[in-house]
Design a binder for this molecule. Structure first.
Ligand SMILES: Cc1ncc(C[n+]2csc(CCOP(=O)(O)OP(=O)(O)O)c2C)c(N)n1
Ligand code: SF4
Ligand SMILES: [Mg+2]
Length: 303
């Protein structure tokens, strides 16, 4: 049975109160991730909003071990810890490298690539808030086209984001998934699955950020859901090369009418200058990526 708010286990590894902004989605992500791992995990974290959320002993807000690593070394540190745990016969502990989009797709990408190529026994989680938020919303390789950031202040970013799960897939790793704090049951179930798999596992999580995207803190979950409803963010998993739409995205595959991308973006201050030309460019990309995802889902089902 799929996990939902009613049958989610009560164990908690996130303590009340932390230094993240009000309404930050990263706490929702960590809460469900750590529940699924039953706290049996060591986290390796580069500088990011998640470092701030975790805090420092003795006022840390999480009850799992966290090692702060240098930016480019996240996956390498995690690989070393995994090797050490193997030596000690403690492979029941999951090593989670958890980084933001900057720490994954830009500054940490070579370490991730090396770990994935070696199939190191590491679970790499990218929470994608779509900019370098911790240092004041600079654009990253995963910032969407047209989003205004402190380094793209007038016209917005001029490029589409990298397709990070596709980059990791090119390394032939055993498990890749996307997830959303708007659908924590789906996230939880995917972490449970990833936990039981040996090798490099990669999860890409859409992480709405009230401060950087400029929306009201109470709208975080609605924003995460809207990303999936408009198909700006697609929920799927790739297990040993087999692609499958999951959760709400699987349900949407049977529909032929969807809210437009501007339904999702018009509530975000970073897109306050969204015009028809930009909306059309973004919509075309959504349609193309959705078409590819549905076609791949059907093709894999028929195999
Ligand atoms: C090698 C290196 N470059 C730059 C920095 C400065 N820095 C600290 S946090 C941060 C932003 C990280 O962005 P992201 O990985 O997306 O995480 P977020 O802050 O958005 O959670 C940067 C650039 C650093 N600490 N080390
Ligand atoms: S800047 Fe965004 S991601 Fe960072 S703590 Fe604040 S809401 Fe969370
Ligand atoms: Mg970020």
């Amino acid at each position: 049975m799929a996990t939902n708010a009613l049958n989610l286990p009560e164990n908690e590894y996130l303590l009340p109160g932390n230094r993240a902004c009000a309404g930050c989605s990263v706490g929702i992500v960590f809460r469900h991730l750590s529940k699924a791992l039953e706290g049996k995990a060591i986290f390796v974290v580069p500088a990011s909003c998640f470092t701030v959320l975790c805090g420092m002993y003795p006022t840390a807000s999480v009850t799992v071990p966290v090692m702060n690593s240098v930016f480019p070394g996240t996956a390498a540190c995690a690989s070393g810890i995994a090797a050490s745990l193997k030596k000690q016969g403690r492979e029941d502990i999951t090593v989670v490298a958890m980084a933001g989009d900057g720490g994954t797709a830009d500054i940490g990408i070579q370490g991730l690539s090396g770990a994935a190529e070696r199939n190191a026994n590491v679970f790499f989680v990218c929470y994608d808030n779509e900019a370098y938020m911790n240092t004041g919303t600079q654009r990253s390789g995963l910032t969407p086209l047209g989003a205004r950031t402190s380094t793209t202040p007038t016209l917005g970013k001029g490029q589409f984001p990298k397709d990070m799960p596709a980059i990791v897939e090119a390394h032939d790793v055993p498990y890749i998934a996307t997830a959303s704090p708007g659908y924590p049951g789906d996230l939880y179930d995917k972490v449970r699955k990833a936990r039981a798999i040996f090798g490099t596992r990669y999860m890409h999580i859409n992480a709405p950020c009230p401060a950087g995207w400029q929306f009201a803190p109470g709208q975080t979950v609605a924003m995460a859901k809207s990303a999936v409803e408009t198909r700006a963010f697609i929920l799927y998993e790739i297990e040993n090369g087999k692609f499958r739409l999951t959760g709400r995205s699987l349900a949407l595959a049977g529909k032929d009418k969807f809210p437009g991308i501007s339904e999702f973006l018009r509530h975000q201050g970073r897109f306050s200058k969204l015009d028809e030309a930009l909306a059309a460019q973004l919509q075309a990309r959504v349609e193309e990526r959705w078409r590819q995802a549905v076609a791949r889902h059907i093709a894999c089902e028929q195999q």
